[in-house]
Design a protein around this ligand. Structure first.
Ligand code: NAD
Length: 507
């Protein structure tokens, strides 16, 4: 337990308390709570600061988990529609939005409450409020919440007291700190953000209404996932993307499969096009465009989602007061131990840079906690996989063709089209393919891309293959169960070796 320099447990407005902690973790998203739990398991006394009422950060509360819950519903709706081709016809679905929102909230609550229980078991102290550095060894937390969660310390170390806290202030001194303060949605200047019809990803996941006509600005992962959800629930979707292709940075052959399918479902996909203005009128948001696919006249939408990336929160924690260097964008540079330029302060997750993914944050978190506990370790993955949970899904890892070409890296590709997969044909999803990138000399795996049903699950095998230095024989000779989509990885490797019998081997 922290030691207190203030023995009065009953706090008044703007009271300042002081506590000391061995490891302070700022932010309780996947990075922050993982760091806190690992540090506690390694014997450290930990205080976790979170400004929101729930633990879990963006991912659990307003990101990965609610979006995947809704994407599952979208998948069922889409599957039911395509079943018509198989001789099974369902009625048009009736959407009970209240029940859907309740279901989503229950999923989130179950997970966030689970985290609170885990924190309690580990005696990680949780302090709700906004944390800002005061110096290299102290942080000020301004409590803006009415804390109701069991193991919160309500801005005092004595949680046996009758302490309802508002606007109190806690000074925490620490031996080590781990910054895991995350990121927020990026905005485009001069849009009417006070209009509730203009959404960011958090607002879109609230699912207040199903708009008839929706524009999604940004054809990246968030934009395309939200498009999948809203289209399945009944919205007409337009997407506008600044770059010439959707999901810029992902190999075009993978993206093309998705693009072709959603082009039939959505009204317009305007790549190479920008939004030049949004005029909020009583009858809707009137949007003007500029670019190669831009409509000439303004178009009216019931809702517009802005999904143009995320910006780190590095600038909002008074990092310079602790002597922590930030880059121009607000990211905090770290070394392989997750150390900032201030040796006892570490940073992890979205705030240290791309890719802004929960599974990167959790691994960085363990490194930071272990280094603090004296375990010699570094963050040194060969790859961090990416998944767009669209329909179909796209997943990729390691080297892709865009990077290989840009960096003049020699590679070969081996592709197994799902049109030759009995399982894919059987489930009516033969549009996908599995692609491996390999080293021409040693035939070692360098990267992989999969588009199709469950690509996000399938990619893990290739990540393991890369981490273990597997070559095409390792993958091709590994017996995959039949009939599965996972066997397309073994079959792609057989394409590389030339031992394929399900298709003609390439000469
Ligand atoms: P993103 O960077 O993936 O995509 C943003 C897109 O917006 C890009 O394609 C960009 O070209 C486009 N864009 C930028 N400015 C634009 C403009 N003015 N007009 C039109 N298009 C514009 O960002 P995101 O989709 O917002 O996601 C944010 C972060 O969250 C990413 O790092 C992503 O990896 C992460 N995320 C991951 C998942 C997942 O793993 N499934 C899901 C959601 C979010």
């Amino acid at each position: 337990m922290p030691t207190s320099t203030n023995s009065n447990p009953t706090l008044k407005d703007n009271t300042t308390n002081s506590i000391h902690t061995e490891v302070l973790v700022l932010g309780a998203g996947p990075g922050g709570y993982t760091a806190a739990f690992r540090a506690a398991d390694l014997g450290k006394q930990v205080t976790l600061i979170e400004r929101h009422a729930n633990l879990g950060g963006v991912c659990l509360n307003v990101g990965c988990i609610p979006s995947k819950t809704l994407l599952h519903v979208a998948e069922i709706i889409n599957e039911a529609t395509t079943c018509k081709r198989m001789g099974v016809k369902f009625q048009k679905p009736e959407i009970d939005l209240d029940t859907l929102r309740t279901h989503k909230a229950r999923v989130v609550k179950r997970l966030t409450q689970g985290l609170t229980a885990l924190a309690k078991q580990r005696q990680v102290q949780i302090l709700h409020g906004e944390g800002r550095f005061e110096s290299a060894n102290s942080l000020i937390v301004t409590n803006t919440l009415d804390n109701t969660i069991d193991n919160t310390i309500d801005n005092t170390i004595d949680n046996t007291s009758d302490n309802t806290i508002d606007n109190s202030i806690t000074k925490i001194t620490f031996d080590h700190a781990i910054i895991a303060c995350g990121s927020r949605p990026a905005t485009i200047p001069n849009f009417p953000y006070t209009d509730s019809r203009l959404l960011d990803s958090t607002g879109a996941l609230e699912l207040k209404t199903i708009p008839k006509k929706m524009l999604i600005i940004g054809g990246g992962i968030i934009g395309l996932e939200m498009a999948t959800i809203y289209q399945a629930l009944g919205s007409e979707i337009d997407i506008v993307e600044l770059q010439p292709q959707l999901i810029p940075g992902c190999d075009l052959d993978l993206v093309k499969v998705l693009h072709k399918l959603i082009a039939k479902r959505y009204r317009h996909i305007m790549t190479d096009t920008a939004v030049t203005g949004i005029d909020n009128k009583p009858d809707g948001l009137w949007v003007t465009f500029n670019g190669s696919k831009a409509p000439q006249e303004p178009i009216r939408y019931d809702q517009v989602l802005v999904a143009v990336g995320r910006v780190p929160y590095g600038n909002q924690i008074d990092a310079p007061k602790a002597g922590i260097q930030l880059d121009a964008k607000g990211f905090i540079p770290v070394d392989q131990h997750q150390r900032t330029n201030v040796p006892h302060i570490y940073a992890i997750g979205d705030v240290v840079g791309q890719p802004m993914l929960a599974h990167k944050a959790t691994h960085e978190a363990k490194v930071a906690a272990e280094v603090i506990a004296g375990i010699p370790t570094i963050f040194d993955p060969l790859t961090i996989p990416s998944v767009a949970y669209t329909d179909p899904e796209i997943a990729w890892m390691g080297l892709n063709e865009i990077t290989a070409k840009a960096q003049n890296i020699e590679y070969e590709i081996a592709v197994f089209p799902w049109a030759a997969s009995g399982r894919a044909i059987g489930i009516g999803r033969a549009e996908g393919f599995t692609k491996l990138l390999l080293n021409p000399q040693k035939k070692r795996i360098l990267g992989a891309g999969i588009v199709g049903r469950n690509a996000g699950e399938l990619i893990s095998e290739t990540v393991l293959a890369l981490e273990l230095g597997a070559d095409m024989e390792d993958l091709g000779l590994t017996i995959h169960p039949h009939p599965t989509l996972s066997e397309t990885i073994g079959l792609a490797a057989e394409m590389a070796i030339g031992s394929i019998t399900d298709l003609m081997p390439s000469k």
